[in-house]
Ligand binder design. Structure first.
Ligand code: SAH
Ligand code: SF4
Ligand code: F3S
Length: 487
């Protein structure tokens, strides 16, 4: 089957304060009139968007084609997120909107995939009567089978979590593609057990994907015209692949004869081609090594930008959060970034306000950490208790919603000031920008990003998507740089 899905639309960009990072993406229209139609809508993080590309690939092999309209679909899939209560409420609301279509066309199959499926398992079938399928993140290979059964009227649940599954052999159908930038999943799961977080329960144990399959995916993308890949994992710095554990045959053939850590992998991907930019997300402060930073420095095409979520700036709160680092450790890592990669390296964070027992003084420590680091950008949230997590079991969610929200607003205001100040530093500088397409507002302008992941908008000079241009910055807002092409 030819690949007919070119793009995904972003339906609902998060509001600009990032209080809820909720991006929704849906499959696009394809023009095969006879195939069965799949509509897939994805919520949550990049891992989920990346998984939807794997799901689409699996179902395409079964003869499905995608559609951008759920009314036209034979199968509707929601790839869901459980990270905060509000994320789950959004999905529940969305499911009620499908009631009408299920009444009109009872033969339609409605499936819930992803983290909410994993968390709620078969309970979801009881709570949401219109749902036919509940499939967790490690069970997508079973989808053709489950969809077939659902078409015969039998509801199905598969929430088996695997220690091995990485979908290494499945070529994702690039759903959210602008043809220039793509995501490559390099690991799955998380072993960290931060006390607030549901991810270890919904995504299972950490496992790393075979480096060969990662490199060949990057090579394939480059040959198709892509110029930037982002290596994805909940904690990319703990990427570890050892031939002994994973593939004895390969060891015998001496294809890989050593353990591959994240710095090694980064280098291997950077060597695919000097014109292929490499990004990665997310880095855990406890694991990011100087070796990774030095590898970044050695390769021009590894982008100088690190998403390094702090969550809090206070050591006692960090301990309660079970983040396994304290304020001093975090500051030491930031100092290492500044020393090895320089002041211009982009750094962003995730921050949580109003975690259990957080005092005003401890909240102030978060603000002062932000000022110290001078983050370019942050995703900011108030604490939302998640059932089953360590924090839900051990601590009282004792900060009122009002206080959580007020502290969040202070964090947001601080970040806005920092983002603007960081962007103002860039005025007068010239950056290499990878052209991603027209600016959102007008075809008279093009947009791309610089190495530090900042969006740069400049007059359309006829440059094509995927080309590199030199842009000199003359103005900015807190979110965007404006410049002119000088070469
Ligand atoms: N693996 C990444 C985070 C993935 S979840 C890391 O460790 O940094 C994305 C972000 O959601 C987290 O960084 C955290 O800031 C936020 N988050 C997770 N659980 C939350 C909760 N219960 N309430 C509020 N925010 C939460
Ligand atoms: Fe959640 Fe912590 Fe794992 Fe990130 S590192 S996914 S916050 S448990
Ligand atoms: Fe949400 Fe699951 Fe990602 S809980 S943030 S979709 S890993």
């Amino acid at each position: 089957m030819t690949q007919l899905i070119e793009d995904l639309e972003i339906l609902d960009q998060s509001n600009d304060v990032q209080e809820e990072h909720c991006e929704v993406k849906v499959s696009k229209e394809s023009n095969n009139q006879t195939a069965k139609k799949l509509y897939i809508e994805s919520y949550g993080c990049q891992m989920n968007f990346s998984d939807s590309e794997i799901v689409t690939s699996i179902l395409q092999k079964e003869g499905f084609d995608t559609t951008a309209s759920f009314e036209a679909a034979d199968v509707i899939l929601l790839n869901t997120c459980s990270i905060r209560e509000k994320a789950e409420q959004t999905i529940r609301k969305r499911l009620t909107q499908f009631n009408k279509i299920k009444l009109e066309r009872p033969e339609i199959t409605i499936g819930v995939l992803g983290c909410m499926a994993e968390r709620l398992k078969s309970n979801l079938l009881e709570e949401e009567k219109i749902v036919d399928l509940v499939v967790g993140p490690d069970a997508y290979r079973d989808l053709p089978n489950l969809v077939r059964q659902a078409e015969e009227g039998q509801k199905g649940v598969n929430t088996f979590l695997s220690r091995e599954e990485t979908y290494a052999d499945i070529s994702p159908v690039r759903l959210n593609s602008n043809g220039v930038t793509a995501f490559i999943s390099i690991m799955r799961g998380c072993d960290n057990m931060c006390s607030f977080c549901v991810v270890p329960f919904t995504r299972g144990r950490e496992r790393s994907r075979d480096p060969h399959s990662i490199i060949s995916e990057a090579q394939d993308l480059f040959s198709k015209g892509y110029r930037e890949v982002t290596l994805l994992g909940q904690n990319v710095d703990s990427y570890k692949w050892s031939p002994e554990e994973n593939n004895k045959a390969r060891l015998e053939k001496q294809e890989v004869n050593q353990v591959v850590n994240f710095a090694n992998l980064l280098e291997m991907v950077a060597q695919v081609h000097p014109e292929l930019r490499v990004r990665f997300s997310t880095s855990h402060p406890k694991d990011i090594t100087d070796e990774v930073l030095h590898t970044m420095k050695r390769y021009e095409n590894i982008c100088k930008y690190i998403h390094l979520p702090a969550q809090s700036g206070n050591s006692r709160v960090l301990e309660l959060m079970n983040r396994t680092y304290d304020r001093e450790w975090y500051i030491n890592r930031v100092d290492a970034i500044r020393e090895i990669l320089g002041e211009d390296c982009g750094i962003s964070s995730d921050m949580i306000t109003g975690f259990c027992t957080e005092t005003e003084a401890e909240h102030q420590d978060s603000l002062s950490l932000m000022e110290y680091v001078q983050y370019d950008f942050s995703y900011m949230f108030f604490y939302s208790e998640r059932p089953g997590t360590l924090a839900a079991k051990k601590y009282k969610d004792d900060i009122s919603l009002e206080v959580k929200k007020r502290r969040l607003q202070e964090v947001i205001d601080t970040q806005r000031g920092l983002s603007l100040a960081r962007n103002q530093r860039d005025i007068g500088k010239t950056f290499t920008v990878l052209v991603e397409g027209f600016s959102k507002r007008s075809n008279d302008d093009l947009q791309g990003r610089n190495t530090a992941n900042k969006v740069v908008i400049f007059k359309n000079n006829g440059a094509k998507k995927g080309e590199y241009v030199q842009v000199k910055v003359y103005d900015c807002t807190a979110a965007t740089l404006f410049g002119e092409v000088i070469a």
